[in-house]
Ligand binder design. Sequence first.
Ligand SMILES: *Cc1c(COP(=O)(O)O)cnc(C)c1O
Length: 342
Amino acid sequence: MIDLRSDTVTKPTAEMLSSMIQIPLLLGVGDDVYGEDETVIKLQELLAEMFGMEAGLYCPSGTMTNQIAIKVHTQPGDELICSDNSHVYKYEGGGIASNSGVQAKIIQGDRGRITAKQIEESINAEDIHFPTTRLVCLENTSNRGGGSVYDFEEIKNIRKLCTEKKLSLHLDGARIFNALIESDYSAKDIGENFDSISVCLSKGLGAPIGSVLLGTKEFIYKAKRVRKVFGGGMRQAGFIAAAGIYALQNNIERLKDDHANAKKIAEVLKNKSFIKELLSVETNIIIFKIISPEKATHFQEYLKQNNILCGKISSDQLRFVFHLDINDAMVNELIEKIEMYN
Ligand SMILES: *Cc1c(COP(=O)(O)O)cnc(C)c1O
């Protein structure tokens, strides 16, 4: 199977599996609800250090790290600002409302990216009629935006605005390493500009499970309480956290290969008459529009018959996501199958 539905479908390699035994044996595991799992502590420290943040919190999923951050930054009745395409708004089951009692003011972004100017226009004035604007959430790269990468100048402008307006700024960095590989800013640059960051280990980095929330010590202390309430406190979690440590040490640089593969396939797709629109490829995601919904279904079905799976994100839009389980032979096979279709 050539599975391009998501970069979450990767399976641990033999080396990663072996590290999941070796690292905990070396560092130790324990009850992480008691804060006694040395392997989890190590993973949290590694990421906090990379981003220059004070502390980290290991959680089962990126949805949980985002939702915890929203809950810690807000009070019921508050409003947050995010892109109409953002994961927190679109793909977390209405958690903004159900977990935090917060409502979202959504901004139409450019491929999931919003600007300081747009945010400024969306901040509510101080008036008892209006919900209090409390938080801004950015996503980098933007999933629904086809893996688009934020410009650092814009991030800095947004940070400045949030500081001025006393708003918290959260980053959904499920694919932050994809962004870092393609941009001129570093993990520390990102850490300096956000109050909290969610990083996924189970996307392009290839770990089976886990996300880490980063922030100040005080923020992470509160986040730990919310994680318990959400049912995300785990016990000897070091065995899975170890895969995250392995991923950080081995799978960041190679994200370039996924980006190169995505660009290569986009070149092939670009010339096809059944494709109406193809978002320029910035990282590991290709989103493209087919001339009709029927044709989109047909193409997806054709690929499936050839053992190639892809995602359908709207009636006429398909998505290919590249990851570490897609090798060169698979890319060539994919090119061949696309060339044969018309
Ligand atoms: C995948 C993803 C998440 C979190 O997903 P989980 O499946 O809950 O780990 C958050 N944000 C974005 C942009 C994502 O793509």
